[in-house]
Design a protein. Structure first.
Length: 447
């Protein structure tokens, strides 16, 4: 079910709706105006007024002179093309200019009445002394163009003219957005629509520009990645080439050169493995989730570290009961191993592995008392191939993919990773991942 916010219409909808209402109003006014101008009975209403005035002024006074009355009635037909019949108070025919005479319509009227028959106007007007005059005007001429067609054409013209601003207002930003998309498709990553239109089109343009920004940054990052990979591969390969040349000369140092070659090959293998894993995690996280006991996972990481570096002090601060995780154990172990190895490289003091439970999340922190990290470098720590100034030598620096890979693994598990550090105060690298509650009655062995 959609939320109430989703059901709300945007600016474009209201704009189209208001325009539609205005179109209906314009069409109504057009129909009324054209109908009034082309109404067929408009000129005949004016003729009716003249007929009534003519009959009231002339025929009422002529009823005392029947001959003159009949003459004036005939003249009405000759001059005005009006059929006319006059009846006395008792309904007797006194004069007419048409055969058969026009019949009276109902009782004698108190005021003039009009009606239409066969495209002709009829008038029934009272005269003096109860007499009645029945008049029939000339036939209405047939208009050259049907009134309905004129109204339809006028309405279409009004709709076409009134719709142009709306259509232009919608299409113009879309055309600009289309041109921007085509330019972006041709490889111009700097192009932007720059539209600030309100409503859905403006939102679409803003989303497109943001996408273009991300794409430009991604392409720049890919170029930097290729440059860094080239550099990182070139360095161990150069060392291997030199070592091979020296080893070919033989002598007691040949074995040492071969060990150097092996170390460089291991470095290349780690680089390529980390690089391929990072690329796979960016495309589609290849996690193999299973139920993993958090305590067992931490124990294996601690055992590995203590086995490889028995001379380094590691303080483990872990609660007695830990939940199970729905996670990829190999990937999470990689995160733990990376954080512990980094702490070992940059600090000679004891390292602390601290675990806490926070709102259905497992919070793991690795604390060292090293030199700390400059604020400008903290924001870039999880960028591929980034290394601080203190990590440039071969013994400590690596290639700068460990933390970037750790970030992708943690985020693929739905968690987050970060660092709290300051120069001279050491560093605390931490990550949080969601967990599943442990089964009732389950106990964990202590480390």
């Amino acid at each position: 079910m959609r939320s109430r916010r989703d059901r709300k219409h945007g600016h474009l909808f209201h704009r189209v709706y208001r325009h539609g209402v205005l179109l209906v109003l314009f069409v109504g006014l057009t129909v009324f105006g054209v109908g009034a101008l082309l109404r067929p009975d408009r000129p005949w209403q004016e003729l009716h007024e003249h007929i009534v005035q003519y009959m009231a002024a002339h025929f009422s006074d002529l009823r005392d002179d029947p001959e003159q009355l009949r003459t004036e009635v005939r003249r009405a037909r000759e001059l005005l093309d009006i059929d006319l019949s006059i009846y006395g108070p008792a309904g007797e025919l006194e004069a007419t200019n048409v055969t058969p005479p026009l019949p009276p319509r109902g009782d004698p009227p108190d005021a003039p009445r009009t009606w239409h028959e066969r495209r002709r106007m009829h008038v029934s007007a009272p005269l003096a002394n109860g007499a009645v005059a029945i008049a029939r005007g000339p036939r209405w001429p047939t208009p050259p163009v049907p009134v309905q067609l004129v109204i339809v054409l006028a309405c279409l013209g009004v709709v076409a003219l009134a719709s142009y601003p709306l259509a232009r207002g919608i299409v113009r930003p879309l055309e600009r957005l289309t041109e921007t998309a085509r330019a972006l498709g041709r490889g111009d990553l700097s192009v932007r629509s720059g539209l600030t239109t309100r409503g859905e089109v403006g939102t679409l343009a803003q989303a497109f520009d943001e996408m273009a920004d991300r794409l430009q940054r991604q392409m720049a990052a890919e170029k930097a990645l290729l440059a860094n990979v080239s550099h990182e591969l070139r360095t161990p390969l150069a060392r291997i080439r030199v070592a091979v040349e020296l080893a070919e000369d033989g002598g007691p140092a040949a074995a040492e050169y071969l060990r150097e070659i092996g170390a460089d090959i291991d470095e290349l293998d780690r680089l390529l493995t980390d690089l391929m894993t990072t690329v796979r995690l960016d495309a589609a996280p290849p996690l193999r989730r299973e139920r993993v006991e958090a305590r067992a996972l931490l124990e294996r990481a601690v055992q590995r570290f203590q086995g490889l570096f028995p001379d380094r002090a590691l303080v483990v601060d872990v609660p007695e009961h830990l939940p199970a995780l729905d996670a990829d154990p190999v990937m999470l172990r990689r995160v733990l191993d990376n954080l512990l190895d980094n702490a070992r490289k940059y600090s000679d003091a004891p390292i602390t592995l601290r675990v806490r439970l926070e709102a259905e999340r497992l919070h793991v922190a690795v604390v060292d008392a090293g030199a700390g990290i400059a604020p400008d470098d903290v924001a870039r720590l999880f960028t591929p191939f980034f290394r601080t100034d203190a990590s440039r030598d071969r013994g400590t620096g690596g290639v700068g993919l460990g933390l970037a890979l750790a970030k992708r693994i943690v985020e693929a598990h739905g968690g987050e990773i970060g660092v709290d550090s300051a120069p001279g105060r050491g560093s605390t690298f931490w990550f949080r991942v969601p967990f599943r509650a442990p089964a009732q009655g389950t106990t964990s062995a202590s480390m």
